[in-house]
Design a protein around this ligand. Structure first.
Ligand code: GAP
Length: 450
């Protein structure tokens, strides 16, 4: 029988495949329900993935809430009054145009491809139909129309409906913001590209309440803040771009909108949206709830419905950007080194400690180093399995920035070798000075050019 030629993967596709398999191998991300054949578009974060995700969320919260006087936090529920989604426009307008192929029966988002034929088999496509992306469920024991509730498709609405609660309890004056991190659910027609488009994902959103007609000014301010945040996470600036929405692709709530886009291995795509939402949201909720959502400016004694500038980022998408940006392959003399050049501030494990051999007291010293560093709040891994070179390589792939080796010299001079993940350079450091040495390195790290 003739052998079928396997189609070679495009470079971007191959890079994604390598990243996906590294994520599984090193415990970053697993397919959800894998032993049952998997659940499409749902992913689970493994031991390293959950740490990286927590570090991203912590850094976002620090930048958006803790280091500012004008933004406070919120954690609203996923299930909310169904009228909220009527008011927000999601019941009527949160739809994607969907087409079906009459030949292979696949379903596509009409705006995901160009041309009139099926992108998979070239077959004829049906007319586009609008498909609502909200997941529905029932609240209480009856499964009837009156008990329908939705899983929130964005965290933003939980902020708008709490505007007065937060403003009065925290005594904030406009301009001020409310930030929230939480799960969102969308029944996407064509999820895919690993964790780029999922049906269950997390958002980090901030709604900034402002005076009417100051939208343009605040939009510019938040664009710069958000772009700087990604660069501070170690993402290469030349792979990040702004994309302004034209009149045809503006969402129903926005007067002006910019996306921060990233050059993913599968092309340039949206990472975060920054929107001037005018007074659309509070006006709609005032109208539908019958509750006044106005604010009185104490200086001018003016009453108005605040306008809103929103920054809306995906946690999972940020994590994908951070991983894709950090993934590197380096040709060495004998082989290829795979290294995840994560910012040490984000890396799940900051250092790995290795006894060179499992005797002469080296394991005990190595464990002592791990305990001391961890008592300072630094997550450290202990590994005594296999040749030390192999142990270094495992940690290169895991993105661990520093490797600490205890060897026979340590027994006499209380120093260890510290190996730098990025340059592979090694330095002797006294055990007593290790914490300070690593902290300085972590704080001053900058991504290598190129
Ligand atoms: N509140 C506005 C809003 O939700 P959006 O552009 O629909 O705006 C904001 O979503 C961000 O949420 C996106 O830029 C992306 O990072 C993330 N996001 C949206 N849908 C997603 C999905 N299906 N899977 C993963 N992340 C998603």
């Amino acid at each position: 029988m003739a052998k079928k030629n396997k189609k070679a993967a495009a470079p971007g596709e191959e890079r994604m495949q390598k990243l996906v398999s590294l994520c599984k191998r090193r415990g970053y991300i697993f397919q959800s329900s894998e032993i049952y054949g998997g659940l499409n578009s749902c992913w689970d974060y493994g031991p390293l993935g959950v740490e990286l995700k927590n570090n991203i969320k912590r850094n976002w919260w620090k930048a958006m809430v803790h280091s500012r006087e004008d933004v406070v936090g919120l954690d609203s529920s996923v299930l909310m009054h169904p009228d909220i989604w009527q008011a927000s426009g999601h019941v009527d307008g949160f739809t994607d145009p969907m087409v079906d192929c009459t030949k292979c029966r696949r379903r596509f988002r009409e705006d995901d491809f160009e041309g009139d034929a099926c992108p998979a088999c070239g077959g004829e496509l049906t007319e586009a139909r609008q498909f609502n992306l909200m997941f529905k469920t029932f609240m209480g024991p009856l499964e009837d129309q009156a008990s329908v509730v939705f899983l929130r498709p964005e965290t933003a609405q939980g902020i708008y409906v709490n505007f007065l609660n937060v403003q009065t309890s925290s005594r904030k004056k406009v301009p001020f913001g409310i930030a929230q991190i939480g799960k969102a659910f969308r029944n996407e027609i064509t999820p895919g590209n690993f964790i780029f488009r999922m049906r269950e994902f997390e958002q980090m959103e901030m709604q900034y309440f402002i005076k009417p007609d100051s939208g343009r000014e605040w939009l510019e301010y938040w664009k710069e803040q958000r772009m700087a945040w990604y660069v501070a996470q170690g993402v290469r600036a030349d792979r990040l771009h702004f994309h302004e929405h034209g009149p045809d692709d503006l969402a129903h709530y926005a007067r002006a909108a910019f996306d921060i886009e990233y050059d993913f291995p599968f092309g340039r795509k949206e990472l975060e949206g920054i929107h001037d939402r005018t007074d659309f949201d509070l006006s709609r909720h005032q109208e539908h709830s019958g509750k006044k959502l106005t604010y009185i400016d104490p200086a001018a004694n003016e009453r108005f419905i605040p306008h809103i500038v929103e920054t809306s980022a995906g946690v999972d998408r940020s994590l994908l950007v951070i991983l894709a940006d950090a993934y590197d392959e380096e040709e060495l003399e004998k082989d290829t080194r795979v290294v995840l050049r994560l910012s040490p501030k984000l890396a799940p494990i900051k250092a790995a400690v290795f006894p060179l051999v499992k005797r002469d007291g080296m394991p005990e010293i190595a464990r002592g180093i791990k305990d001391t560093l961890e008592s300072h709040g630094m997550p450290v891994l202990y590994d005594e399995g296999g040749a030390v070179g192999r142990r270094y390589r495992r940690q290169d792939e895991a993105g661990t920035p520093y490797g600490i080796t205890v060897d026979s010299d340590t027994l006499t001079d209380q120093t260890v070798t510290v190996r730098d993940r990025d340059s592979m350079a090694q330095e002797r450091v006294a055990i007593d000075a290790l914490h300070g040495y690593l902290t300085d390195r972590i704080e001053s790290w900058t991504p290598a050019a190129g």
